[in-house]
Design a protein around this ligand. Structure first.
Ligand code: NI
Length: 161
């Protein structure tokens, strides 16, 4: 495994629609492992492949609860309902947070590293993390959606995605 460099806004890879994964091979398995290691090293709660410079539809999420690490390939939000409004950050946009309106519950369908389909239901903060990461695959950053953006460089920063 290896910690990869996290690309920062305004790197153009963050604005490209990421490509669907069609090959479930050793490269993909390594990418997922590296992304998880990179996310933990940066104390983030989620990471999308474009954030390590790879324009593929791959995400990892771990909000630090009993669910643990979720690795998902080709994720699609198939259901969403409710509403939550709260602060969000991003490992690719250091020193900024913003208040973003999100669905409070999502159902996300995708594939495991070996191509097996699976579905996750997420609520609250985990639902927010999934929406944030799927946005990354579509070239959308939280600053595009935030109703307010504020500088947090003077504070302890945790929970970036
Ligand atoms: Ni992010």
């Amino acid at each position: 495994m290896a910690i990869r460099l996290i690309v920062k806004d305004p790197d153009p890879v963050l604005r490209e629609p990421a490509k669907e994964v069609t090959k479930f091979n050793a490269n993909l398995a390594k990418l997922l492992k590296d992304m998880a290691e990179t996310m933990y090293d940066a104390e983030g709660v989620g990471l999308a492949a474009p954030q390590v410079g790879i324009s593929k539809r791959v995400i990892v999420v771990d909000i630090g609860d009993e669910t643990g690490l979720i690795e998902m390939v080709n994720p699609v939000i198939v259901e969403q309902d409710g509403e939550q409004f709260g602060p969000e950050g991003c490992l690719s946009i250091p020193n900024l947070n913003g208040d973003v309106r999100r669905a409070d519950r999502v159902v996300v369908s995708g594939q495991r590293a070996d191509g097996t389909p699976f579905t996750v239901e997420a609520k609250g903060f985990m639902a927010r993390a999934f929406q944030h990461e799927v946005d990354h695959l579509n070239g959308i950053l939280f600053t595009d959606l935030a109703e307010s953006v504020y500088d947090i460089s003077e504070r302890t920063r945790k929970g970036g995605e």
